[in-house]
Design a protein around this ligand. Structure first.
Ligand SMILES: *Cc1c(COP(=O)(O)O)cnc(C)c1O
Length: 391
């Protein structure tokens, strides 16, 4: 596919390899293995002399199509699809790191990522140091001789802190370490970390890439040498956290509408955020698309828009926040995000419920904080649904 096509076109036309039936919409290849024409061909496939599919734990044409499409959108040489977003993070680290290596990570990461680093990688002698998402100086100080990788998520969940991808990638290059960016909140439509100097992009395809809350999926993206020779694909092929052909097909079709969905999520979130700013019972808003956001300038430079996630602090603490949740009739009370349906979460008692009150307070996750992942419903209906519990 030509390089000069724009993202919305690439999202529809990349990764199409028609079969002998010349189907217009992409076919789904539900098969666990592939047949060879001869013993010699089987041997050539296994030795890598002849490219082609062998077994679906390694590759499958539907998964390959999704990988090609997502790679085009992120501007990546290579994409490796995985069964979930967490499998993408695990595959990245198991492929690139060894026992004795060290990670420097943002303090504001997805809960399961923190559990993976603290409770699982630690058992294999991979240690993680956590630093501020926004203070680049802290990252420099935390890098040790055995540091291999810096890990960020921007904007962060739920406080929408923005990490400076260009500054951290410059630091990573100077120190000879890799910068990994979990780009789940923005999707490639709003932010392209590889263009800003990151080495690897991680996705939970479960969120905006699918976009309708149907399947789990993940992806690791970066240059061919790092992912293929560096061991990420080798880990996937051997250990097996592979994406299924069915899930790949759903995500492949989801990507076709990613641009118009992200535009709508953003426009709706902006309306909801502006409206929340005018509500007397709202103490504070966290939305990178508003000039009141402490890193508005950086957000403007780094991501195209503020995205679809708005967090806000309700007056009246937990009671006030729970009232807003319990008065909704339309918005789903669930921790998922990136869906056509709006979702509403109380981080202090759910996603961040297992950390101490003290840690939550120092992180700014107060009892009155709510996070809304603004969906594709009419923003007027979303605001009316929130207004009931805010009045
Ligand atoms: C959901 C999520 C993940 C994990 O993805 P799964 O597909 O649920 O495994 C990782 N990072 C972020 C930012 C997420 O929101």
């Amino acid at each position: 596919m030509s390089d000069d096509l724009e993202q919305e076109t690439l999202a529809i036309h990349t990764g199409i390899h028609r079969s002998q039936f010349n189907e217009h919409s992409e076919a789904m290849y539900l098969t666990s293995s592939f047949v060879f024409e001869s013993a010699a061909q089987a041997a050539a496939r296994f030795s890598g002399e002849e490219p082609g599919n062998i077994y679906a734990r390694f590759t499958n044409p539907t998964v390959t199509a999704m990988e090609e499409r997502l790679a085009a959108l992120e501007g990546a040489e290579t994409c490796i699809a995985t069964s979930t977003g967490m499998a993408a993070i695990l595959s990245c680290i198991m492929g690139l790191l060894s026992s004795g290596d060290h990670i420097v990570a943002s303090r504001s990461l997805f809960g399961a990522t923190v559990n993976l680093f603290n409770n699982i990688l630690k058992r294999f002698n991979i240690e993680t140091t956590y630093v501020s998402a926004t203070n680049v100086g802290e990252w420099e100080t935390a890098i040790k001789p055995n540091t291999k990788l810096l890990f960020i998520e921007t904007p962060s969940n739920p406080l929408t802190e923005i990490s400076d991808i260009s500054a951290l990638s410059a630091l990573a290059k100077r120190k000879g370490v890799w910068l990994v960016v979990d780009n789940c909140f923005c999707s490639p439509i709003l932010q392209k970390p590889l263009e800003l100097g990151a080495d690897i992009v991680i996705h939970s395809a479960t969120k905006y890439l699918d976009g309708q809350g149907r399947v789990l999926g993940g992806a690791v993206l970066g240059n061919h040498e790092l992912l293929m020779d560096g061991g990420v694909f080798g880990f996937l092929r051997t250990a097996g956290p592979t994406m299924s052909a069915f899930n790949a097909w759903v995500i492949l079709k989801g990507l076709e509408t990613l641009k118009i969905r992200m535009d709508a999520h953003t426009a709706h979130a902006m309306k909801v955020a502006r409206w929340l700013e005018s509500q007397p019972n709202v103490a504070r808003i966290y939305y990178p698309g508003l000039p009141s956001h402490p890193q508005y300038e950086l957000a403007q430079k780094q991501q195209k828009t503020g995205g679809g996630i708005v967090s806000f602090e309700v007056k009246g603490g937990k009671e006030g926040a729970w009232r807003v949740i319990d008065e909704t009739r339309l918005i789903s009370i669930t921790a998922n995000l990136g869906d056509a349906k709006s979702t509403l979460t109380h981080p202090a008692s759910t996603t961040h419920g297992r950390i101490t009150q003290e840690a939550r307070d120092s992180a700014g996750i107060t009892d009155g904080l709510l996070r809304v992942a603004v969906g594709l419903e009419s923003p007027n209906d979303i605001m009316a649904d929130l207004a009931r519990g805010l009045s």
